[in-house]
Design a protein around this ligand. Structure first.
Ligand code: ZN
Length: 412
């Protein structure tokens, strides 16, 4: 089993050091980063036992590590350790450490492994860009403070030169940066937001289902009033505040059943709300379509008969998502409205489709981007139907994109 300890970390570094540096010098210098008076750089026996995972680190080192400023340790690594490493092997070091951290089952996903920036096991797994000195110093601190180094011989033996070279094909995945910008760190936090909690919070209107306290999504440094997902049966989860979560553990079966039943009502409510808004928008679509017949037809282009999938037609990712969202939600609604109006002789669907295609061709000649054309078509339809319901116009254009009157299929 792979295990993150000082021995495995030092062995990876040893395998990736420059030729002129000895193992004991590298190992001894690592320890100087926290304990500046503990110098074993010339001590073959001690350094060898540590690198091989045979013995624990001296109390002098572990005690010093607890009070060390992580930023200082990182600065020390930058000044003294990085130059001892073969610069062609930096990515291999990171890939091997990522692999060991990910496969060390003794480490929980939310355990902080990189102690300079407070990166958890999970965050490290999901990242590919690192500040190398922070990464190494942060992991070094973790191994010194948290992991016993003795009895790690078997894990160290797995860290062979072959093992490290096995990451050669993935080298390009790793990039090095000089600092983690606040932005990227914030973004990483945002992404880790629990989407299940978001869904449940939408149903409860952002509140604890039991006591109605307003809840947020958990972020670091915010331990109160955040949403806790509590599983009450095989299939039922509710969202509660921390206090109610504690109480519900001892609640009677009746109380739990009542909470589940209320949760089902909330689900129904959300579905009903969604249906009402769909009803409103469908009404608006019909309204728009009732007015488009006034648009004149001057073009007799033949329409394509086979609809082509949206995926094939649109290259711009954002636009694609947008159109697919509209289409999934309301394709049938637009179709029905078109049929109904055609039945009432209120709208000549072919004529209208030809018009949309014509508008597209005019726009296309001007070499606009797909989203610019899309917006132009929406704007034109909106304009020509009395500027009433823009969202309905967007959906109608999306419908025609799907029906293939707009956007040439991209040849793959
Ligand atoms: Zn509560």
């Amino acid at each position: 089993m792979k295990k993150l300890c000082f021995g495995t970390l030092a062995t990876i570094l040893k395998n990736c050091k420059t030729k002129s540096i000895t193992q004991k010098w590298l190992c001894g210098t690592l320890l100087l980063s926290v304990a500046s008076t503990y110098d074993v750089r010339s001590d073959d026996g001690t350094t060898s036992d540590l690198v091989k995972g045979k013995k624990n680190l001296s109390r002098i080192v572990t005690d010093a590590a607890l009070s060390a400023d992580p930023q200082d340790v990182s600065e020390f690594f930058k000044q003294n350790i990085l130059q001892m490493l073969d610069s062609n092997k930096r990515s291999l070091i990171v890939l091997a450490l990522k692999d060991i951290i990910a496969s060390d089952n003794a480490i929980e996903p939310d355990t902080i492994i990189e102690k300079v920036n407070g990166m958890t096991k999970e965050t490290i797994s999901s990242r590919d860009a690192f500040v190398l000195e922070d990464f190494l110093a942060g992991i070094f601190l973790y191994t010194v403070q948290n992991v016993e180094n003795r009895n790690c011989e078997d894990s160290v033996k797995e860290v062979t030169d072959e093992y490290i070279q096995s990451f050669n094909d993935e080298k390009d995945k790793i990039s090095f940066i000089s600092t983690y910008s606040n932005f990227s760190y914030e973004t990483a936090n945002e992404i880790s937001i629990n989407t299940r909690a978001l869904v449940l919070l939408t149903e409860t209107g952002g509140k604890c289902q039991k006591c109605s306290r307003v809840l947020g999504i958990k972020k670091e440094g915010n331990d109160v009033n955040y949403a806790k997902i509590v599983r009450l049966s095989e299939t039922d989860e509710v969202v509660l505040c921390v206090d109610c979560e504690r109480e519900i553990q001892n609640a009677s079966l009746e109380e739990k059943i009542a909470l589940i039943s209320e949760k089902h009502d909330l689900e129904t409510l959300v579905v009903a709300r969604e249906a009402t808004s769909r009803y409103t928008i469908e009404k608006q679509i019909e309204q728009v379509l009732r007015e488009v017949d006034l648009m004149d037809v001057t073009d007799g282009t033949q329409l394509k008969i086979q609809p082509v999938k949206v995926e094939k037609k649109i290259v711009e990712k954002r636009l694609k998502e947008r159109v697919l969202f509209d289409v999934r939600r309301l394709y049938q609604g637009v179709n029905d409205a078109l049929d109904r109006l055609a039945g009432e002789n209120k709208l000549n669907v072919d004529k209208f489709a030809k018009n949309v295609k014509r508008m597209y061709e005019d726009a296309n000649e001007s070499q606009l981007s797909q989203s610019a054309i899309y917006n132009l078509l929406v704007e034109t339809l909106f304009e020509k139907t009395g500027r009433k319901y823009r969202e309905a116009c967007e959906i109608i254009i999306s419908y025609f994109v799907q029906r293939c009157e707009v956007f040439d299929e991209i040849t793959k």
